[in-house]
Design a binder for this molecule. Sequence first.
Ligand code: ZN
Ligand code: ZN
Length: 454
Amino acid sequence: MTDNREKVAADFRNEISHAFEPGAKVMSADRELRYCLELQRDRLEKRNLRYKEEMIHRGPFPNGLSRVRSWKDGHYDTSWTVDFITHNRTIQRDGMKTYRKSVPQSIYETVVGVRDGEDVSGDRYSCPNCGSVSTIAELQEGCAHCGTHFEMSELYPKVKNYYFVFDMSGKAEKMFKTVVEYGLYLLPVNILMCLSVIAKTYGGLGALASPRVLFTALVTTVIMIPIIGFFGWFLDCFRRAFTVMPSLFEVIGSRTRFESHMSVISPEFTLEYFAAKMMSLFKIFVFSDKRAELPFYRGSGNGEEFDNIVDVASKGYIACKSVRATGNMVNVTADLYFENSRDLGNKIKTRDEVYRIKAGRRTDIPYENNFSITNIQCSSCGGSFDAFKSRTCPYCGTEYDQEKNDWVIYEMKNVGTLIRLRRIVTGLIIVAVLVSSCLVTLSEAGVLDRFSFF
Ligand SMILES: [Zn+2]
Ligand SMILES: [Zn+2]
């Protein structure tokens, strides 16, 4: 089956720029991601924040690149679409310092389709409650005439997840600006270096009284700004890669660990599908006001640490820690990496955060590939509501007995500090080993004897 995933991905890039406008529905996203965006809009509104997001396309590929990577499992055909953008974000509120960020990035969209699925989106269906006829696609958010909600299969293909990766390609002037910025931060280092060279050459700083020496020193300092800036930027990239990104081994190991275990237990899941699912569930939990009501959350605690988060950007990496099968359940522990923006009242602060998630899923319920649709009705009062969003009837409070055949989350824990500390310690050990081996080599070569300070 050929699907229109290019179009879905392009629609999505267009729709998310307007996702926070009143009444907007991001129909190119699957129902979980769509719900994340609705909850985020409510959070922003409640906090009186105006969020503006703009993605300006750049680069030589007018429609982005489809299927840069793809994975097929028992049921799903998952792929990545990439587009190159200048990503502008502003978050504003009266009396608050406006948050402004413009970054060259590539946007990755995880597009999911079903293999051998039939396209029923255009089929007509008569609402069992009011009898009005709509297409299946129109019923995704409930019957427009009477508000009846349906439990129906997702109308694939849909965008299941998206994330941004810093991307400097084709941005030479931006690079120079960044390097100069770093150079200015490092100006004290620059001046110190210059002074020490003068002191060494002329045997003291008195030489600066000569206009010729002073002029040369000033020119050298200015020339050195971008050069020192470049080294600073380079080291900073290295530091960032080391402190907040999972190591390459961890990510590669993750895929193998997840897939080798999963292929035996439940072949319908690739790591991409699982990662996208977890990112969405995490975001729903973060932005929800009624966390205890969420059908997928079985953990303790009401997550008040998430209350001031106003934006969650997935970094796209997941590190799978363990996959265990017990009885009719499979349990997975994984670390998810985010850049979270928090509303601190007088400003917005963005930082990298890592959350360890423990999730589980039943393995004894067979996957249903055929399209299904049923209206959801409360057994007690007959009211209709979206059981995907809430586990109890909003009219009378009766719990909806939904057969549990999807992922459930048991625990969510911030492990960012732990991971950062571990990396810093590892880094220090590596530096210590390098420095001491250098010193040993130099002293063996007799170089150190020539320096009086050793
Ligand atoms: Zn109806
Ligand atoms: Zn009810």
